[in-house]
Design a protein around this ligand. Structure first.
Ligand code: SF4
Ligand code: SF4
Ligand code: ZN
Length: 221
């Protein structure tokens, strides 16, 4: 029990219709590429949340940018061509990978791209500090872009990530997304994966060693 963070929510009333038993919801608005995302919170009952989702779905239609699938595919191409996936595979092989073993998408050799659940923007955008520092050492611009994507775009799908990885209900974020964005700002400067590959792979042993040290440290906590 001590190991769990139990989140006790006070009983909430819907801010729209006043009915009791409401939940906290989050909405995200993008300001543009490189800018921080705007987060807003509302307290709604399930019925009002459903109506609000419907409204938002209609008004978001036709917006520019990338869909979540296009964003995930774009990032995956960069990770494959730049050698990131190769380093992550080896990290998982040595038992220090960051994907929770409870993830529904986890195959025998790591993330299974053919799994019907698919990946989330949160875990696609997530890169550990060791790998991010190595990428920044090879190309500071790319490192900056990936940090922005991880910090601003990834958290939008954190709730989905918790569901896909079977996070226990007691530790899940009590704030639910009111809706997922219909479009995300397109990343910039990530078409250079193949030119990054050689210098990045040269740092593999260093990255894996840092991961082993951090992993041992985390186990002691
Ligand atoms: S911890 Fe870092 S190197 Fe290991 S799988 Fe995750 S992102 Fe890749
Ligand atoms: S879906 Fe995400 S957490 Fe699950 S295995 Fe794939 S990358 Fe890892
Ligand atoms: Zn309501």
């Amino acid at each position: 029990m001590d190991n769990f963070l139990i989140q006790i929510e006070p009983r909430l009333d819907c801010e729209n219709c006043g009915v009791a038993g409401a939940h906290r919801y989050q909405t995200f608005t993008f300001q543009g590429h490189g800018e921080p995302i705007i987060e807003e919170e509302s307290i709604l009952c399930v019925r009002c949340a459903r109506a609000e989702r419907k409204l938002r779905g209609q008004s978001d239609a036709g917006s520019e940018g990338l869909t979540r699938q296009q964003l995930i595919a774009h990032l995956d191409v960069f990770f494959e061509t730049s050698g990131v996936f190769e380093i992550c595979r080896r990290c998982h092989q040595q038992g220090t990978g960051c994907c929770p073993p409870s993830c529904r998408v986890m195959g025998r050799t790591g993330c299974d791209p053919n799994n019907r659940y698919g990946k989330t923007v949160f875990c696609t955008a997530f890169i550990c500090g060791a790998l991010l520092n190595a990428i920044t050492e090879c190309d500071p611009e790319v490192g900056r872009e990936l940090k922005w994507i991880k910090r601003e775009l990834g958290p939008v799908e954190f709730h989905l990530f918790e569901m896909i990885t079977r996070a226990p209900y007691e530790v899940r974020d009590p704030v639910r997304p009111l809706g997922l964005p219909q479009s995300y700002p397109a990343p910039k400067g990530l078409d250079c994966g193949s030119s990054l590959r050689q210098p990045l792979l040269a740092l593999t042993d260093e990255i894996l060693e840092i991961r082993r040290k951090w992993s041992a440290f985390e186990k002691m906590e």
